[in-house]
Design a protein around this ligand. Structure first.
Ligand code: NAD
Ligand code: IPM
Ligand code: MN
Length: 359
């Protein structure tokens, strides 16, 4: 019996709704595969600011450091989105967590379930077979560079900054992943304009000879954004910086059908964090409309990457596949042909997954 301690950090908005389902899946997996998982919960984001004044309280960070894995929901609140002058913001909690835990690699798999071919606005023949693994650098770039307001607040700057070692460690991870897949790596940058991108490209070029079995291509971010929709199948493993990766993967969610389908793993120096790529989605919060599958698929990544439980992870993915094959949909992945009795709310979709896992 494997003993593991999991910290659940629901955060804000639909974060709480989707991690509730994610945790239920973990509990059932523990029961079915005879593992001993223990759980704790911690605050982050807006709910943490309300309770403690800080978006990442010290207590949360301490709990994070001692967990074996973290299941994360989302942060964010319209109150701050509409007040650019707010000094304390929910997103600072997320960014500080990534920095403090050294989570420099954010893996975002874009896997289209065949049953969702018609959920996307992209033509099925362009989409069929698309399967991309993004490596988004997560602790550098313009997110963490020097920023300032000048000129009585009338001028502002942020600094896009990368050091060689930061690029090297994420690019190595991407090369290694490419080796286990179709041996193709695409590096995305803006080296025709940005100095930090020229450093990025130099590092990729310098590492390439160490991976002679991997074919490397470079794309500029603007062209990559276009090619992703024109011909998603031309990509396999993609490595890019923090900001470009953030934008490209929201775009890529349309290849998988919805933001509600995309899971991610943030890994690095210590405890791994598993989180949907979507945000707190206040437009649908509290309505039971959120698709919990991104959180369920994040659980699969957690089981696989942090615990090495491959069979357990596969069981979760197979359950998602089976439920989609049975025709069940949340509203975001439904279309005009979906029968209304197959359109489920968040917990109902979770229940279908649990039932499927029980067999
Ligand atoms: P969002 O991802 O929250 O929502 C974008 C759109 O996708 C919305 O229409 C939403 O309803 C829909 N959507 C998202 N997740 C869904 C799901 N599981 N099921 C069904 N539909 C879903 O992005 P946004 O609206 O740009 O941002 C809202 C807040 O979330 C902001 O405060 C932002 O800072 C924050 N945010 C947080 C994270 C995170 O915590 N990792 C990620 C992105 C945005
Ligand atoms: C994400 C989010 C965050 C990011 C925000 C909320 C800080 O968009 O996790 O993709 O930009 O990294
Ligand atoms: Mn994002």
């Amino acid at each position: 019996m494997a003993k593991k301690h999991i910290l659940v950090v629901p955060g804000d908005g639909i974060g709480a709704e989707v991690t509730t389902v994610g945790k239920q899946v973990l509990e059932l997996i523990a029961q079915l595969f005879d593992h001993d998982f223990t759980y704790d919960e911690a605050l982050i984001g807006h709910v943490a600011i309300e309770a403690t004044g800080s978006p990442l309280p010290e207590e949360t960070l301490t709990k994070m450091r001692s967990a074996d894995a973290i299941l994360f929901g989302a942060v964010g609140h319209p109150k701050y989105d509409n007040d650019p002058s707010a000094k304390v913001r929910p997103e600072q909690g997320l960014l500080q967590m990534r920095k403090e835990l050294g989570l420099y690699a954010n893996l975002r798999p874009i896997k289209l379930f065949d049953e969702l071919l018609d959920a996307s606005s992209i033509k099925p023949e362009i989409l069929r077979g698309a399967d991309i693994l993004f490596f988004r650098e997560l602790t550098g770039d313009v997110y963490f560079g020097k920023r300032e307001r000048l000129d009585d607040g009338n001028t502002a700057y942020d600094t896009m900054i990368y050091s060689k070692y930061e690029v090297e460690r994420i690019v190595r991870k991407a090369f290694e992943a490419a080796r286990t897949r179709s041996k193709k790596l695409c590096s995305v940058d803006k080296a025709n304009v940005l100095e930090s991108s020229r450093l990025w490209r130099e590092v990729v070029q310098a590492l390439a000879p160490e991976y002679p079995d991997v074919t490397v291509e470079h794309q500029f971010i603007d062209a990559a954004a276009m090619l992703l929709i024109k011909d998603p199948k031309r990509f396999d493993v993609v490595v890019t910086g923090n900001l470009f990766g953030d934008i490209l993967t929201d775009e890529a969610s349309q290849i998988a059908g919805s933001m509600g389908m995309l899971a991610s793993a943030s890994i690095g120096d210590s405890t791994g964090v598993y989180e949907p790529i979507h945000g707190s989605a206040h437009d649908i919060t509290g309505k039971g409309l959120a698709n919990p599958l991104a959180s369920v698929l994040s659980v699969a990544l957690l089981l696989d990457i942090s615990f090495g439980f491959k069979a357990e992870a596969q069981a979760v993915i197979d359950a998602v596949d089976a439920v989609l094959k049975a025709g069940y949909r949340t509203r975001d992945i439904a279309n005009t042909t979906t029968s209304p009795d197959k359109i489920l709310g968040t917990q109902q979709m979770g229940d279908q997954i649990l039932q499927q896992l029980k067999g």
